[in-house]
Design a protein around this ligand. Structure first.
Ligand code: FE2
Length: 425
């Protein structure tokens, strides 16, 4: 007798299996499980996947679009300036309320693990206080991992380093940084040595906003790779954005990518935000804000899609749907081969989970019983449709259900309803 069985679903690898759940764990994954269960979800013909994972987000700023006013230039720098004003006036309660609303959206979309950068610049650290509270409140259904992020620079802000350490002491678990925003290239490089040493001494992971610029000479990823291998941080360091790589000299990149691979660094491009932020100073041709995704993957470097922003000073849209993120990434990185499209789905599930070090993830016996049932037949169809999440199960509990997205039609001589799923032979 199980607590819950999800019957007849198609797993991302194309196999069909029932998934039996006891408590908060997957008890069995096999076709035709005959045992009884207290609750059964019929997923026949539907895709059953492990939950979506977002490895890069800013939950302290989310759902604040228009506060204190909109970003008129659409640039990263105006966004940083606007946020600098907002974080001084936003209360802990306001930030908690906005973040909890966002987490409701995430839960409804099957997004059940999020790495969020938390701005550690303001001396009051209300941002950190608020996000630690949110982390505690959503723990039953969302794994929220927090990164100490010195938005205004580790050194450029007078109390940047001190406040980052305070945030880590308060319980923030990952070390962040922003070398391209420090005053000089040399300060950027020094900040990386400092941050990686802090992480090594404390046994923490590192996730750096790295080279989020169109300047091809912004090469901080090189120093991040150097420090990661020097300090033995392989598998614990991520470089987020890495957009300058889109304009780097090809010969230099041919040296750089093996160094990133050797250092065991993961890459987290954020396609929704960077396709609108980057290239703002260009006339034409106008650059895409996308790092070299396929080229890094060919070198064995883990690459996962991140969302970064939803309705905040940097990005005016967003839905907490990692399929939107992967859909944009697929387009901008031109990942249209069937294998590449399927990989885009894996990137927002398994790859992202591995990058943030999520434990007990996946659809196998003994794993955490978290999964999502989608109104699609395959991962690629899920990307095409961004369909309804028919059921979301978090840590053994059904936490959300949605209706299928069929439309009723009134057309002469045509069937009465339309399904957008592809016809099957
Ligand atoms: Fe970010």
């Amino acid at each position: 007798m199980f607590d819950l069985i999800v019957r007849g679903g198609t797993l991302p690898d194309g196999t069909q299996a029932d998934i039996a759940i006891s408590g908060d764990r997957i008890a069995a994954v096999a076709p035709g499980i005959t045992a009884e269960a207290a609750e059964v979800i019929d997923a026949t013909g539907d895709l059953v996947a492990p939950p979506f994972v977002d490895p890069h987000f800013h939950m302290d700023a989310t759902l604040s679009y228009g506060l204190p006013r909109v970003n008129a230039s659409g640039t990263l720098l105006e966004g940083i300036a606007l946020w600098g004003e907002l974080r001084q006036i936003a209360t802990v309660d306001e930030m908690v309320a906005r973040a909890l609303t966002y987490c409701d959206w995430a839960a409804s979309m099957g997004l059940l693990a999020i790495r969020s950068h938390v701005d550690t610049t303001p001396d009051h650290l209300n941002t950190v206080t608020a996000m630690l509270e949110v982390q505690k409140q959503v723990k039953p259904y969302i794994d929220l991992q927090l990164v100490a992020f010195p938005q205004d620079g580790l050194y450029r802000s007078a109390t940047g380093r001190e406040n980052l350490i305070r945030a880590l002491d308060m319980g923030v678990e990952v070390v962040g940084g922003i070398p391209h925003f420090e005053r000089t290239m040399a300060d950027g490089a020094a900040s990386l040595s400092d941050l990686c040493r802090i992480a090594a001494d404390r046994g923490l992971m590192v996730d750096i906003h790295c080279d989020e610029t169109d300047d091809p000479l912004s090469r901080h990823i090189e120093m991040l790779a150097f420090e990661a291998q020097r300090l033995g941080l392989q598998g614990r360091v991520a470089g987020s954005h890495l957009t300058s790589m889109h304009s780097m000299d090809n010969y230099y990149v041919s040296k750089l990518l093996p160094l990133i691979a050797e250092a065991g660094i993961s890459a987290i491009p954020n396609p929704l935000i960077n396709i609108v932020l980057q290239g703002r100073h260009d006339t034409f041709p106008k650059r895409r804000g996308m790092t070299r995704v396929k080229e890094m993957q060919a070198m064995g470097i883990p690459v996962g899609w991140g969302q970064d922003c939803v309705l905040d000073p940097w990005y005016s849209l967003g839905t907490a749907d990692m399929l939107d993120v992967a859909f944009m990434g697929l387009h901008v990185a031109q990942m249209t081969h069937p294998d590449e499209m399927a990989r885009c789905f894996t990137m927002v599930t398994e790859t992202n989970a591995a990058i943030i070090g999520l434990q007990d993830y996946g659809l196998h016996k003994g794993a955490m019983a978290s999964l999502v049932v989608l109104d699609a037949a395959t991962p690629t169809e899920a990307l095409r449709l961004r369909p309804a999440r028919l059921a979301v199960i978090a840590k053994g509990k059904v936490i959300a259900r949605s209706a299928r997205g069929d439309a009723a039609l009134s057309l002469p001589g045509r069937p009465g309803s339309v399904r957008r799923r592809a016809p099957r032979g």
